[in-house]
Write a protein of this length. Structure first.
Length: 752
């Protein structure tokens, strides 16, 4: 095979013999090809045919020599992308081999050879960019940590130091009773450190700092999530319901003891038959004017309070939501403080408590059921900020509208829908830290003759984890924005803030659920081992999509709020107003829908933040207008409004999702604009671009249907997502290290 003309066949011969077996089909295909080449002499043909004789396979030395010849020919040649490129590199320079490309390509296809895959067999380790990619840090990690922590850095550091103590070592046993007691002990330590009462007024022993309280909840979520929920039930739901729905007499009587955990308590809202439908609760609180008391009663088994945290073992009191009945008249759902147990743990008369038992996760929380059998409580136990019973036994309220009063009452509890998504975010950060650190160390496969390669170097593995990392950063800044809006809220914007909180609760918890599943799979069998903590993170956060409001129900709330805002935008103009709104929106989109814009694929355009935001805004406005049009058409056609909303429920979810994606992207972009450090800004800009383009890629079917993009552009978006993953990969470990999760809390051997 010294003849340079014949060397063109070496890569083909090597590939068909590389598995030590030449099949009959391969032999026939090659034989027919060689016989039909008129530029080969008979002597050349005989020599070539001798190399594919099934009875006399090439020796190991022959195969080694062929591979060496091939590797030498393609060394440092970036343009080598197919087997035919190798054929050209090996062929006689005087022979016009390029003209034979169609014949050789057909032969490759007939032999079932995949060009790019085959070429990878010939690339040495030194020539493999996949093998040589490695972890680096192009920015100051501490600067990103400082940015993420913001003004709450001091309290975050305090909490991290506490949960890093030896007494906070994880409980890994299977004894549910022991686990519950351990979590209670942890809660008492936190109460002793004045963390539980952080949101309460200073005159009642609190820190009067709600921003710090939210930061405490999020930071605790790097530790055991049962602790977080127990902490949240005691100091958040139970304590904050007293603070938000009660008045001065309740603060003085209860808040200090709730903050110190002297009075363990519950938040008893959910009932077996009326989970998310708070208005439909059936527990009653009947007023008895003669003795100034209320009688709390569960009318039937399905009206029992269910899934109530702290109820099964530790709770001594509860905020109970029940329908207020005065002289046979129903005044809607109100809140009452009801004792459950004495200080020795004995259940009081009329109270029946059950244990929800072992759950999918959060088994350190003692969830239970509560039923009331004609339980009498004093009049002052009604939490009367928004409604009360006067000395004459009459119902009074500063808010005349029953509907508005109900939603005002629930609105005071919106803080829970900020704490939960922030807790979920911390769990996602933990999972990603474990999975990305592991995939940077775990090596598997590699170029022939070279060492194995970290799995984080593989494009598919990057695809699995890095868009999720970008999304987690994006959600972080969006939740910071939500928290600030809540802290600085005015009455006029409360409805919008409540809707945003409901939406971000859904968006963040669904995101965490999906991210942790991907982290588990990305860690293979190691991710399945309990010692590496992803199982606990996964199981404990599963319920996050359900409590504090079922996500799907909450997204309906968000969509209805967006429709309400939409209605304000066109006032009472009816369908003509909607048509005008759609027309104006369409006019602004025409420029973006011109053939150049819909097909524009250059890198500068694809990475442009304005392009990203405009694409998100266009989707949000178009889906919203479409839903409004559809609902109006259904109602105008004679359908009840209730039925019309039911018909378009799937579209309502899209309305909410498009709105939330725009908010998340916008807040990430705004956060980046405040950064002065060039290197930090550069890496976070890449993460922002990855979040934006991966969401556009996820929604590409919509953009294609809408005509906002053409296929050539969505394909370019996909390629750019791949490229951004590759560009971010060296900094991936540094980016998760910037979360600064205590090593004792990560506690995963694979994340060391």
């Amino acid at each position: 095979m010294k003849n340079s003309k014949l060397q063109a066949f070496i890569p083909l011969f090597y590939l068909v013999w590389s598995d030590d077996l030449l099949t009959q089909k391969e032999f026939t295909t090659l034989k027919e090809f060689i016989a039909s080449r008129n530029w080969l002499s008979e002597e050349d043909k005989q020599l070539l045919l001798s190399k594919i004789d099934i009875n006399t396979p090439p020796s190991r030395e022959d195969l080694k020599e062929w591979k060496t010849v091939i590797e030498r020919s393609i060394d440092d040649k970036i343009a080598i992308k197919s087997i035919f490129d190798v054929v050209v590199a090996l062929s006689d320079k005087d022979m016009n081999i390029e003209a034979l490309e169609p014949d050789f390509i057909k032969l490759e296809n007939d032999l079932g050879i995949l060009g790019e895959e085959a070429i990878s067999n010939f690339k040495t380790k030194t020539g493999s960019f996949t093998a040589t990619s490695q972890t680096d840090s192009h920015f100051d990690i501490q600067k990103i940590t400082t940015l993420l922590d913001g003004d709450q850095a001091p309290i975050i550091q305090k909490v991290k130091s506490i949960i890093s103590r030896p007494e906070f070592a994880y409980e890994t046993g299977t004894d549910i009773d022991f686990y519950r007691e351990k979590v209670l002990v942890w809660c008492k330590i936190l109460a002793h450190e004045n963390l539980g009462n952080m949101a309460y007024p200073k005159q009642y022993g609190g820190g009067e700092n709600i921003a710090d309280y939210f930061a405490i909840m999020e930071t605790l979520s790097y530790h055991d999530l049962s602790l977080v929920i127990k902490f949240g039930v005691q100091f958040g739901l139970w304590g904050m319901s007293v603070q938000s729905l009660g008045t001065e007499k309740h603060y003085a009587k209860y808040l200090k003891d709730i903050g110190s955990l002297k009075i363990p308590g519950c938040f008893a809202m959910t009932e077996t038959h009326h989970g998310s439908n708070v208005k439909g609760l059936e527990t009653t609180a009947t007023y008895n004017h003669e003795n100034q008391t209320f009688t709390i009663h569960t009318p039937h088994e399905k009206a029992q309070k269910e899934y109530i945290g702290n109820a099964a073992v530790h709770g001594e009191m509860a905020t109970v939501f029940a329908k207020l009945i005065i002289d046979g008249h129903d005044y809607g759902v109100n809140a009452f403080i009801v004792p459950l147990r004495d200080t020795k743990g004995n259940t009081l008369d009329g109270i029946t408590i059950g244990d929800c038992g072992h759950k999918m996760g959060l088994n350190g929380v003692d969830n239970g059921t509560i039923s009331f059998d004609q339980v009498v409580i004093p009049k002052e136990n009604m939490l009367d900020r928004f409604a009360s019973v006067n000395d004459k036994g009459e119902f009074e309220s500063p808010i005349p509208s029953d509907n508005r009063r109900f939603f005002t009452m629930l609105g005071t509890l919106v803080g829970g829908r900020i704490g939960i998504p922030r807790s979920a975010l911390a769990a996602a950060k933990s999972g990603l830290t474990i999975a990305i650190r592991y995939s940077d160390q775990r090596k598997q496969f590699g170029p022939e003759g070279g060492s194995e390669v970290p799995i984080l170097n593989y494009r598919m593995h990057q695809r699995r984890l890095l868009p999720s990392l970008a999304k987690t950063y994006a959600v972080h800044f969006a939740l910071q924005y939500l928290t600030k809006r809540f802290l600085n809220r005015t009455e006029e914007e409360m409805q919008e803030i409540e809707a945003l909180a409901a939406g971000m609760k859904s968006y963040s918890t669904w995101s965490t659920r999906d991210i942790l599943q991907e982290c588990r799979e990305a860690c293979g069998g190691k991710g399945y081992l309990s010692e590496n903590r992803i199982d606990a993170l996964k199981n404990d956060t599963e319920i996050y999509t359900t409590f504090e409001g079922d996500n799907t129900v909450l997204m309906q709330l968000v969509a209805k709020n967006r429709l309400s805002e939409f209605r304000k935008a066109f006032g009472e103009m009816g369908s003509f107003g909607i048509i005008n709104y759609v027309y104006e929106n369409a006019k602004s989109a025409i420029a973006e829908k011109n053939p150049i814009a819909t097909r524009k694929t250059d890198e500068e355009h694809l990475l442009d933040s304005q392009f990203h935001l405009q694409a998100f805004i266009h989707r949000e406005k178009t889906i919203l207008a479409s839903a409004a049009r559809r609902i109006k058409k259904l109602i105008d056609g004679g359908l009840e409004a209730y039925d019309a909303f039911n018909v378009v429920q799937h579209q309502m979810i899209e309305v909410a999702e498009a709105y939330l994606e725009r908010v998340v992207l916008e807040q990430f972009q705004l956060a980046i604009q405040t950064i002065e450090d060039v290197k930090v800004k550069e890496i976070l800009t890449k993460l922002n671009q990855l979040y934006a383009l991966s969401q556009i890629e996820k929604n590409k079917a919509w953009y294609l249907e809408d005509g906002y993009m053409e296929a050539v552009k969505t394909k370019a978006v996909r390629k750019m997502v791949n490229q951004l993953c590759w560009d971010i990969r060296p900094d991936a470990v540094a980016l998760v290290n910037a979360f600064a999760i205590p090593e004792s809390c990560l506690a995963a051997p694979i994340a060391v």
